[in-house]
Ligand binder design. Structure first.
Ligand code: SF4
Length: 248
């Protein structure tokens, strides 16, 4: 079955692997990662384009450099039960990180998979760009890592900031069930973050800044500034441990 022929039950998965959570509140904890296919945004610096940039999407977005250089994106198609069996067959972690792409695109098809894992006592995190309200799966999720995109992503504001979704994640943050993570690349990002904090009343104790960087040297260099930016805003900071420490 190809991604274009999906029925209402199956999900398209880019990859499944076991590693350590590389960012945020649970950095360093062993976890099973399920990277779902597709994304509703197209950030210029996205480091997982292979999860969403099909040749068709590249053509629609006019991203010629990727369209011509990319192999056809390949995904595995699974039913909720197949996904459950694969994830629970991986030993040594009862901690799931659902990532993407944008995993909430698949939220209605994930209900059975997540409810089974939750009944088994798994800790479940979701990494999201914050543009899609998380119901009906929010009841199964222990922590949403919400990463609203700034103008440094190259995506227009109306696509990357969706009011009703963001307000729901702020409610979850107040309840201790979501953390906001902003990727910063320069000092000019701080005004945008301040504005989002002001408009949406994002609690500062639920915000982390993280450098936009692709390799160890770049991350170490930029982290020096990002720590400083965090102090200025009065929010937290997270490193990209998976890049700094060399795990997936
Ligand atoms: S929202 Fe995330 S997965 Fe989607 S394009 Fe942006 S960085 Fe990549």
């Amino acid at each position: 079955m190809s991604i274009g022929e999906l029925d209402r039950e199956h999900v398209a998965v880019s990859e499944i692997f076991k590693s350590y959570q590389g960012e945020g509140l649970n950095a360093g904890k062993p976890a099973v990662f399920v990277r779902l296919a597709l994304c509703n945004l197209y950030c210029s610096w996205c480091d997982t384009k292979y999860s969403w940039l099909t040749p068709d999407r590249a053509r629609v977005l006019g991203l010629k450099e990727y369209y011509y250089s990319m192999d056809k994106a390949r995904f595995q198609i699974y039913s909720p039960i197949e996904l459950y069996k694969i994830v629970t067959s991986i030993s040594g972690a009862r901690h799931l990180v659902l990532t993407g792409g944008e995993p909430l695109i698949w939220r209605y098809r994930l209900v059975e998979f997540l409810s089974r894992l939750k009944s088994d006592g798994w800790f479940i995190e979701v990494e999201t760009n914050g543009t899609i309200p998380p119901d009906p799966i929010d009841v199964y999720i222990d922590l949403f890592n919400v990463s609203p995109k700034l103008s440094n992503s190259g995506v227009p504001y109306r696509y990357r900031i969706v009011e009703n979704a963001l307000r729901r994640f702020v409610e979850l943050a107040v309840m201790g069930r979501a953390i906001f993570k902003f990727v910063v690349s320069s000092h000019s990002d701080l005004d945008e973050i301040r504005e989002l904090i002001r408009i949406y009343r994002i609690p500062k104790n639920r915000i982390l800044l993280m450098s936009e960087c692709r390799d160890r040297v770049e991350c170490l260099e930029r982290d020096r500034y990002t720590v400083e930016f965090s102090r200025k805003l009065g929010v937290g900071f997270t490193r990209r441990h998976h890049i700094l420490d060399g795990y997936k």
